[in-house]
Design a protein around this ligand. Structure first.
Ligand SMILES: *[C@@H]1O[C@H](CO)[C@@H](O)[C@H](O)[C@H]1NC(C)=O
Ligand SMILES: *[C@@H]1O[C@H](CO)[C@@H](O)[C@H](O)[C@H]1NC(C)=O
Ligand SMILES: *[C@@H]1O[C@H](CO)[C@@H](O)[C@H](O)[C@H]1NC(C)=O
Ligand SMILES: *[C@@H]1O[C@H](CO)[C@@H](O)[C@H](O)[C@H]1NC(C)=O
Ligand SMILES: *[C@@H]1O[C@H](CO)[C@@H](O)[C@H](O)[C@H]1NC(C)=O
Ligand SMILES: *[C@@H]1O[C@H](CO)[C@@H](O)[C@H](O)[C@H]1NC(C)=O
Ligand SMILES: *[C@@H]1O[C@H](CO)[C@@H](O)[C@H](O)[C@H]1NC(C)=O
Length: 366
């Protein structure tokens, strides 16, 4: 067995604290922490799962094109708040729902299903987690129009949660998490790029109007940079008020030039400290811009755990305040076993440990 499934893990839950305090604080925590409710959307560091639906797990026969060990639902339940994906077009598809698919580079390499079914999965999670603000970043590989993407949002019903700013130009003042939650507009969607922002689908935002990124094509930690790479023409001192998305993952180039996520080094890449670690890159880029990135995008988000560095950037000491509990399971080998849900502390159990948040409780036993 490569690694235990979460359901197997749930059978072995070992709670260390009572859960009674948890329900009382659920109504006041936003995105896992009460301290974040009053912060504007662009003053929070969101943990992002790069290529969220592209999995390296049983469902893809452990595809080497996969960027994540756990699916989008598990990512959200673990504190990930930005999910990225690539949209590709299948010209021979007979229905509009099948036409827009989530594929890694090419549908022959890894096809993770239709956009609308992935949106339904996310909606199901948002239905159950009413105090959470979720961001989507859709890489528009085949130049879909707003009129192609919008109907997929409607088909899944997730458009019900979509946030639409007053105009399609750059947002100057982002709402707080609490106001997004109170207004029922908890889903923020960026598309890279959207040629035709549409008044019919005002919630589909052109990414580079609102966000800038550092370079993402790195194969070695020596290549990381904080400087703006997209959109073109920005400098560290003039980013036009855009939110900084920090790419922090490594590719490795295989035969025939195929790029794959570098998972052998991810324990270093996603670590809190050390050269090339997420924690130290967050420090470096925070110094450059005088504030933390709004989003960090990582592969294999559970390793590190990446959430720890993000909690630190947010000044969140212990996610969910007193909601600290932990469990472990027997480990039977395999490199992908480590799982970490974020917040709190815990001790290993056969080389693996899991620390949970309130959301984990809902996911595993709710
Ligand atoms: C949020 O604001 C605080 C205080 O100014 C700052 O330290 C932090 O870096 C900001 N975070 C982001 C993501 O803007
Ligand atoms: C996500 O993964 C979990 C744990 O493996 C599984 O129980 C769940 O059914 C998956 N959800 C979806 C929508 O695939
Ligand atoms: C595209 O759609 C056709 C027709 O439904 C189907 O046979 C084919 O497998 C699809 N290709 C991909 C890559 O999904
Ligand atoms: C909340 O909704 C009200 C009424 O539609 C609107 O005036 C206000 O701008 C919205 N606030 C945010 C933060 O979107
Ligand atoms: C992953 O990155 C590290 C650091 O750059 C490198 O030493 C290693 O060879 C890479 N692994 C693969 C499979 O390319
Ligand atoms: C990463 O994993 C390698 C191989 O298991 C190990 O030698 C190294 O010490 C680990 N580094 C960190 C920062 O965990
Ligand atoms: C990045 O941050 C680390 C500490 O987190 C520091 O040791 C290193 O010198 C910094 N690098 C740059 C290029 O600023």
């Amino acid at each position: 067995m490569l690694f235990p499934s979460l359901l197997q893990a749930s059978a072995l839950l070992l709670f260390s604290t009572s859960t009674s305090a948890q329900s009382s604080s659920s109504s006041t925590a936003c995105n896992n922490s009460p301290s974040l409710c009053s912060r504007p959307y662009n003053n929070i560091t969101h943990l992002g799962a790069h290529d969220s639906p592209f999995l390296r797990d049983k469902s893809t026969s452990f595809s080497t094109s996969g960027n994540q060990y756990y699916n989008s639902t598990v990512q959200l339940s673990s504190g990930v708040r930005l999910l990225s994906a690539q949209i590709h077009k299948n010209d021979s598809a007979s229905s509009s729902a099948d036409k827009w698919r989530l594929c890694h580079s090419d549908c022959k390499l890894l096809d993770a299903g239709s956009l609308s079914s992935w949106l339904s999965e996310i909606k199901t999670w948002m239905d159950a987690n009413k105090n959470e603000v979720v961001t989507l970043l859709l890489v528009n590989s085949d130049n879909a129009l707003a009129s192609d993407i919008g109907p997929q949002f409607e088909a899944s019903g997730i458009d019900e949660y979509a946030y639409a700013p007053a105009s399609s130009s750059a947002v100057k003042t982002w709402p707080t998490l609490q106001s997004l939650i109170s207004n029922g507009t908890r889903l923020v969607t960026f598309v890279a790029s959207l040629g035709d922002p549409s008044t019919k689908y005002p919630y589909l935002l052109n990414e580079f109007t609102h966000i800038f990124e550092n370079d993402y094509e790195n194969e070695s930690p020596t290549e990381y940079a904080c400087t703006p790479n997209r959109p073109k023409g920005l400098t560290t001192s003039d980013t036009g008020g855009r939110i900084f998305l920090m790419n922090h993952f490594l590719y490795s180039t295989q035969v025939f030039g195929i790029q794959q996520p570098n998972n052998t080094y991810v324990n270093v890449t996603n670590a809190e400290t050390g050269v090339g670690s997420l924690g130290s890159r967050l420090d470096n880029c925070t110094e450059v811009y005088g504030k933390a990135p709004g989003f960090v995008l990582v592969d294999f988000f559970n390793v590190g755990p990446a959430m720890k560095s993000v909690d630190k950037a947010n000044g969140v000491e212990s996610a969910w305040g007193e909601w600290e509990w932990e469990w472990g399971w027997e480990w039977s080998g395999g490199e992908e076993g480590e799982f970490w849900g974020g917040g709190g502390g815990g001790r290993g159990c056969g080389g693996v440990f899991v620390v949970g948040r309130g959301l984990w409780e809902k996911f595993l036993i709710g």
